[in-house]
Design a binder for this molecule. Structure first.
Ligand code: NAD
Length: 470
């Protein structure tokens, strides 16, 4: 691949200016032009699948191919196709009802692209989190600049090369670089900035964007609980929970972070999760279907979390032997809220088990903490499920499984409180990157002259009538 990089030599501000000038020259691209851009994006991914998988796997030091096929290719291609299929309908201006006293004027909402969208991307799903927002932003008629993570240098380089090959730099541009570049990127006066990453960095991004009054979508992390209900059939649920936890070796924003388990069923829970993990991964060392931890530093952090919890009285159940950066799962029993593993987002194959006595207690445990990105509930008793849904606030929920609400593209995906601001996926992505412009058209003949001074008794009776009846 020898395509020149788009940003070679150009400053970030220049790149933004180039995109903005192109946008200003065509502020409402036709449906055909948008479809053409999405076709290029589709081709860029579908035509380079092997190179994409190879780059991501190299960055991870070994990532399960099947996981990548699902989350880095299938999810991206299907998002592009959905945006392409639906954009004609979503971009159409639509009439809305006009109240009686404003007739015969008429009202309309006109979706308009915002301009240039910035997208700052984490390392854990580098292709998906770079391109699913791009699909929505292009469908909505915008231009996009992407800043991939410095922790995925091979994929970031490939993405920059592919963008240069398939797009003109005023449509889609990729900026490579370290955290210093990310900082500079976040400070650019974009028309909208989407950031996916940690809550701590999200805070800094929000501050940088606030200086420009750039609106943000913040897709952050946090500690997502999984509640095992009294009524849960663990033989059925444990494999689902374990899959959600160990997919990408736990390096998933919506991975179940810890499990709340009825005290009397903790032993059974450990047994079932152990069996489920063993059935999926006979071993971890050298297992090509089990993903590595992204770096030595991240691995050391996870090991430290486990060690520290053990030193403070937790019991660690290790489900296998590690091999290089393939870390075998660890269940942690007898954890306390003071332990780092219960304060920080884990982001790895470590599952603390928190025993509870009553469902109210489990709910209170969740509500004492920051709003999670995801919540999982496993069980049969519908009324308990409803109680949890009514009494907790989270970015999203899957009932009787893990992760899957995030893959349903018709559901808005996003956090709440410390787990994020805004949402995207499907039409919600299109809306996130559009201005829904309200337009009221006044009729030639209308009664609005009555609202103009000089005011007299007619105004008072009209205002009185409106107050009572409208
Ligand atoms: P991170 O916050 O460390 O980095 C994310 C991106 O931000 C990187 O591209 C980095 O270069 C950039 N960055 C770093 N410092 C910056 C600064 N000061 N200003 C602007 N940009 C800066 O996150 P990470 O370690 O790459 O990813 C893991 C985190 O992301 C976890 O917390 C996870 O839960 C979260 N996440 C959330 C979602 C979601 O959709 N909600 C998805 C994936 C990951």
């Amino acid at each position: 691949m020898n395509a020149p990089l788009q940003n070679a030599g150009a400053s970030l501000a220049d790149m933004l200016e180039t995109q903005r000038a192109a946008f200003n020259a065509d502020m409402l691209p036709s449906a055909a032009a948008r479809r053409q851009r999405l076709d290029k994006l589709h081709e860029m991914v579908a035509g380079n699948e092997a190179a994409i998988l190879e780059a991501i796997s190299a960055d991870f030091g070994g990532r399960a191919r099947q996981e990548m096929v699902l989350t880095e290719l299938f999810v991206v291609l299907s998002a592009i196709r959905q945006q392409r299929r639906k954009l004609g309908r979503w971009m159409r201006a639509r009439r809305v009802a006009t109240p009686l006293h404003m007739l015969p004027g008429s009202s309309q909402i006109m979706p308009q692209p915002l301009g240039v969208i910035g997208n700052i991307v984490p390392w854990n799903y580098p292709c998906q989190l770079a391109l699913v927002p791009v699909a929505a932003a292009l469908a909505a008629g915008n231009r996009v600049m992407i800043k991939p993570s410095e922790l995925t240098p091979a994929f970031s380089r490939l993405l920059a090369q592919l963008a240069a090959r398939y797009f003109s730099p005023d449509e889609l541009a990729v900026v490579e670089g370290g955290v210093d570049v990310s900082r500079e990127f976040a400070a650019l006066p974009f028309d909208h900035l989407i950031f996916t990453g940690s809550t701590a960095v999200g805070r800094q991004v929000a501050v940088a964007a606030a200086h420009n009054l750039t609106p943000v979508t913040l897709e952050l992390g946090g500690k997502s609980p999984a509640i095992i209900d009294e009524s849960c059939d663990l033989a059925e649920s444990a494999p689902r929970l374990t899959f959600g936890k160990l997919f990408n070796a736990g390096q998933t924003c919506v991975a179940p972070d810890y499990a709340l388990v009825p005290r009397a069923r903790v032993t059974e829970f450990v047994r079932e999760v152990t069996a489920a993990a063993a059935a999926m991964y006979p071993q971890y060392a050298g297992n090509q279907q089990y993903t590595s931890i992204i770096s030595e530093r991240h691995l050391a952090r996870l090991q430290q979390l486990v060690r520290e919890a053990e030193e403070q009285g937790a019991m660690a159940v290790r489900l296998g032997a590690d091999g290089e950066r393939r870390m075998a799962p660890v269940l942690l029993l007898n954890v306390t809220p003071e332990m780092a593993v219960m304060r920080e987002e884990i982001f790895g194959p470590v599952l603390p088990v928190v025993a509870y006595d009553t469902l109210q207690q489990a709910i209170a445990f969740i509500n004492q903490r920051e709003r999670p990105l995801a919540l999982y509930w496993f069980g049969r008793e519908r009324s308990n499920c409803d109680l949890v849904l009514r009494s907790t606030i989270s970015g999203g929920v899957t009932v009787n499984d893990a992760l899957w609400h995030a893959a349903q593209e018709n559901l808005p995906f996003g956090g709440v409180g410390a787990s994020g601001i805004g949402a995207y996926h499907g039409e919600h992505g299109f809306l996130a990157f559009s201005k829904q412009k309200p337009i009221y058209r006044q009729a030639r003949l209308n009664g609005f002259g009555l609202f103009r001074p000089p005011y007299g008794p007619l105004f008072d009776s009209l205002a009185g009538f409106l107050k009572r009846h409208m």
